[in-house]
Design a protein around this ligand. Structure first.
Ligand SMILES: Nc1nc2c(c(=O)[nH]1)N(C=O)[C@@H](CNc1ccc(C(=O)N[C@@H](CCC(=O)O)C(=O)O)cc1)CN2
Ligand SMILES: Nc1nc2c(ncn2[C@@H]2O[C@H](COP(=O)(O)OP(=O)(O)OP(=O)(O)O)[C@@H](O)[C@H]2O)c(=O)[nH]1
Ligand SMILES: [K+]
Length: 428
């Protein structure tokens, strides 16, 4: 059955000069002929009057992409319109009356996937590229969209295929005089592959931090200036400041970009013993945030009790209110009031964040889906050597291969496609 021809606005809906409608599907050529009179030259921007019946809709730049040399692999087109909502609406209505329907989120990329233009990992990379807000996210997304993870996983699947062939040779000729080295080599190569996967799993910590952002919690006793510090770092008055101890009850989160990386700064309730149930809950949450954060800023100041809670070595110790008294040895001295020392603190934070996201050039896994797939493959590889029967060892290798195949989408993923593509925005 022919797929329906779909269309969507590919550009944003804010006030703008140009709006791009993209089309994909077998009726594209007919629709262009109806709207423009003739088909424009392939892949060249042509200025055309768009008409529907007697109605002149717009003067637009029109691009015609005959399949399979198109993003989706189907016939496709782009209409670069004047962005007035009434213009876009008129053209959309004309397309619907010609048999097209609005696309679902991610439907263009889903068709590109179905037509073998991109695999699932590349599609996810494209989705991340569309969402990228920081330069680190852009680089990582582009790398994945360009197939870096696909090549890695395909390479592993290929090695597994060879191992499986050797394993099957052992099954088919059990009494044959296969050199005993084969069995040993198989075990060794399987273990080697498993080690590479284990190392790759570790990159997920960095990859997911780059994609989702790092969490930095600001903790310490009441009134040391945690909220003041958050406001300084955020560059705006996000959290309330007062000289009343226990001002911040629930955590306050601010998103910002530091060292090209997305970071969520969390201001937490001042940690102290309190009878007030609300404040106690605030303290409980503060401790939980500190525990789950990628980095913790431990704040203290003159006169405040120091380090009532256990301190983790990676914590950054910040001494606030240096306008009142200098910082002791081993603390970064700042004044949230005057701004003194803030640059040093930002640089230290940036350095720690770079350390937590450093990949030394490796392509990291970037999603829980990847972590789950690699973990599954790894489990099978780790089990294989402990199975007595060569048939079972072969089956374990096959299952590991399948887990990798589901990551690229090369095998058995129908059930998974909705989850992956529904996360896309419309028009992608
Ligand atoms: N106007 C516009 N800008 C865009 C896109 C688009 O579709 N339209 N893209 C959409 O995501 C991105 C560019 N990526 C693209 C990837 C493949 C093809 C494509 O048509 N590929 C064909 C033909 C290549 C060629 O002309 O030589 C192919 O690979 O066969 C187009 C865009 C970003 N910018
Ligand atoms: N002198 C001086 N006062 C500061 C500085 N930073 C904050 N303060 C003052 O210290 C008091 C407490 O500041 P907050 O930012 O509310 O402190 P907090 O740690 O968030 O307090 P809680 O929410 O109660 O835990 C306020 O009166 C601030 O104006 C500083 O660098 N120097
Ligand atoms: K306070």
């Amino acid at each position: 059955m022919n797929p329906t021809t779909i269309f969507a606005r590919a550009t944003g809906t804010g006030r703008a000069a140009i709006a791009v409608l993209r089309l994909s599907g077998p009726a594209t050529a007919d629709m262009l002929r109806t709207l423009c009179g003739i088909l424009p030259e392939p892949r060249r921007a042509s200025l055309r009057a768009l008409r529907h019946g007697s109605d002149l809709l717009d003067h637009a730049l029109v691009l015609w992409f005959p399949g399979p040399r198109s993003y989706t692999g189907e016939d496709g087109a782009e209409l670069h319109l004047h962005a007035g909502p009434a213009v876009v609406e008129a053209v959309a209505e004309a397309l619907v009356s010609l048999g097209a329907r609005p696309a679902e989120p991610g439907e263009f990329s889903r068709r590109a996937f179905s037509n073998g233009r991109i695999d699932l990992l590349e599609a996810e990379g494209v989705a991340d590229l569309v969402e990228a807000e920081t330069q680190a996210q852009r680089r990582q997304a582009l790398q994945q969209a360009d197939g870096a993870l696909s090549r890695l996983y395909d390479g592993w699947a290929q090695r597994l295929r060879v191992l499986l062939a050797h394993q099957e040779a052992l099954i088919d000729f059990p009494d044959e005089d296969l050199p005993p080295e084969i069995e040993a080599a198989l075990a060794r190569d399987t273990a080697l592959l498993a080690e590479e996967m284990r190392a790759h799993l570790l990159t997920g910590a960095q990859g997911e931090r780059i994609r989702d952002g790092l969490v930095v919690a600001i903790v310490g006793p009441p009134n040391v200036g945690k909220s003041s510090l958050l406001n300084r770092l955020a560059g705006r008055d996000a959290a309330m400041v007062s000289d009343i101890a226990g001002t911040t009850r629930d955590a306050i989160e601010v998103r910002l970009v530091l060292a090209d990386l997305p970071v969520t700064l969390i201001d937490t309730a001042g940690i102290r013993d309190s009878e007030d149930p609300l404040e106690r809950e605030g303290v409980r949450r503060a401790l939980r945030h500190a525990e789950h954060a990628d980095l913790v800023l431990r704040v203290a100041c003159p006169g405040a009790g120091m380090e009532p809670e256990p301190r983790v070595p990676d914590d950054i110790r910040v001494w606030n209110k240096t306008d009142l008294a200098p910082a002791p040895e081993g603390w970064i001295g700042v004044s949230a009031q005057t701004g003194a020392g803030l640059d040093v603190l930002r640089e230290r934070l940036a350095a720690e964040m770079r350390r937590l996201t450093d990949l030394a050039g490796a392509a990291p896994l970037t999603r829980a889906r990847h972590r789950a797939g690699i973990s599954e493959a790894l489990e099978h590889l780790d089990t294989a050597p402990h199975l007595d029967l060569p048939e079972l060892r072969g089956e374990a290798l096959r299952l590991a291969m399948q887990a990798l195949g589901r990551l690229t989408g090369r095998i058995g993923v129908e059930d998974l496609l909705d989850t992956v593509f529904n996360q896309f925005c419309i028009g992608k």
